[in-house]
Design a protein around this ligand. Structure first.
Ligand code: HEC
Ligand code: HEC
Length: 358
């Protein structure tokens, strides 16, 4: 269903419910849920110029966890996207090269300008309710959508002075330096050789391809909500279904719908936080695992985040104070509690796995 159609359904729903409070009487399934949401696909679709292979996933995993990609060899992608914190870092803003420790306990001075999002399910960022399941999708990454694909995104943190590069290297020095380091490590020569057919496979483009391939395998579809959507209505409690109905009837699905519960779009006319820039709609899958919330991490708890939607006629939200607890209960059904942690025991450089995060 396209946006227009969703809107029409929403309008007709509000007609049907007449003067009734949104979702007030509902604690049994009533809405045509699968017209708003569908379960996540079982596997990602890979782009034509970066097909899936087990070897690329293995190389991508090594690179993701290896601080060899940072200027001072102390920060890895996992420093800020760690399974202990829902594959984000649990901080308002992230600390990169001048820090030590993991998550809220990490200390250091220089911080990123944005809050770190989870990398779970990034294969499906931008997927729409109507997306044909056999087509590659890529809706854009970062809070301001400045990277079009995961391949385009992957080199950005390595070049960023505060995240991984450090002031020890100029921007145009860092990639040649990292490629030189990787070429000197026999295990990387082996892994790149297995993953890519190129004569000299250790390249910037192949680092990006391997990181993107690994991240496309981080998929969490074993949530109670997915089982509910697949037809097993007994997995949600009455209160959770009440929350789900309020989420739909209260106007949240205007932006948070589809398999990711996000349109991944920026609506400049509707900033969620007054006096702050409009950013893209984030996915609400596993949202329970990644406090604090919003692009600036300004909301400490899930309850605080939802409370931003009180008295928001500007967003066409029609919820009352006492609806928010029900909605929070529903959002907690979007967590995949069975997703394995998948922390490798060593990385090819033999540096500390994940960087200086102990
Ligand atoms: C110092 C912390 C830090 C490090 C290290 C880091 N990231 Fe991030 N990551 C962030 C922050 C902060 C954002 C959001 C930035 C923005 O939107 O401008 C982000 C965004 C992302 C996104 C976009 C997710 C989305 O939903 O749009 C992906 C994918 C990602 N990072 C992957 C990586 C990879 C791969 C690496 C390693 C090469 C890495 N990150 C290293 C902090 C970090
Ligand atoms: C007009 C589009 C729109 C509507 C309607 C909307 N949201 Fe959002 N939502 C967003 C955007 C954009 C953000 C990120 C805002 C920011 O970072 O400043 C967001 C962020 C969130 C977050 C924080 C997620 C995170 O990981 O940081 C939660 C939770 C949330 N919304 C829940 C809801 C609920 C519940 C409703 C209905 C009451 C709702 N949203 C309605 C667009 C929308």
């Amino acid at each position: 269903m396209d946006k227009q159609a969703v809107l029409i359904v929403l309008i007709s729903l509000s007609f049907l419910s007449g003067c009734e409070e949104p979702g007030a009487s509902a604690d049994t399934p009533s809405e045509p849920y699968t017209s708003f949401f569908t379960p996540l696909p079982e596997a990602a679709v890979f782009p034509a110029d970066n097909a899936f292979s087990v070897e690329k996933v293995q190389l991508g995993e090594a690179l993701f966890w290896d601080p060899i990609l940072s200027g001072r060899m102390n920060v890895s992608c996992a420093t800020c996207h760690h399974p202990d914190h829902g594959w984000a870092d649990g901080r308002m803003f992230s600390i990169g090269v001048d820090g030590a420790g993991l998550g809220p306990r990490r200390s250091g001075l220089a911080e990123t300008p944005f809050h770190s999002p989870s990398v779970l399910n990034v294969a499906f960022t931008g997927i729409e309710q109507t997306e044909p399941s056999d087509g590659f999708v890529s809706g854009g990454y970062f809070w301001d959508l400045r990277a079009g694909t995961l391949e385009a995104q992957a080199i950005d943190p390595i070049r960023s002075e505060v995240e991984m590069r450090s002031s020890d290297f100029l921007e145009d020095e860092i990639m040649p330096a990292i490629l030189n380091r990787l070429m000197l490590i026999p295990e990387y020569q082996r892994l790149f050789g297995l993953a890519f057919d190129d004569e000299d496979p250790i390249t910037e483009a192949n680092i990006a391809k391997a990181l993107a391939t690994y991240q496309r395998t981080l998929i969490t579809q074993r949530t109670r909500f997915d089982r509910f959507l697949a037809g097993d209505e007994s997995v949600l409690t009455g209160a959770e279904i009440t929350g789900l109905n309020k989420f739909i009837n209260g106007g949240c699905t205007d932006c948070h719908s589809g398999p990711m519960l996000a349109d991944n779009e920026i609506d400049p006319a509707k900033p969620i936080q007054i006096d702050k820039p409009a950013v893209r709609t984030p996915s609400l899958r596993n949202v329970e695992l990644t406090p604090p919330y919003m692009h600036d991490g300004s909301r400490a708890t899930l309850g605080d985040a939802i409370a931003l939607y009180e008295d928001r006629e500007d967003l066409d939200i029609t919820l009352e104070d006492d609806d928010f607890g029900d909605i929070e209960r529903f959002l907690r059904t979007l967590t995949d509690n069975d997703f394995p942690s998948q922390i490798p025991e060593t990385v090819p450089s033999q540096l500390p796995v994940g960087g200086d995060i102990l």
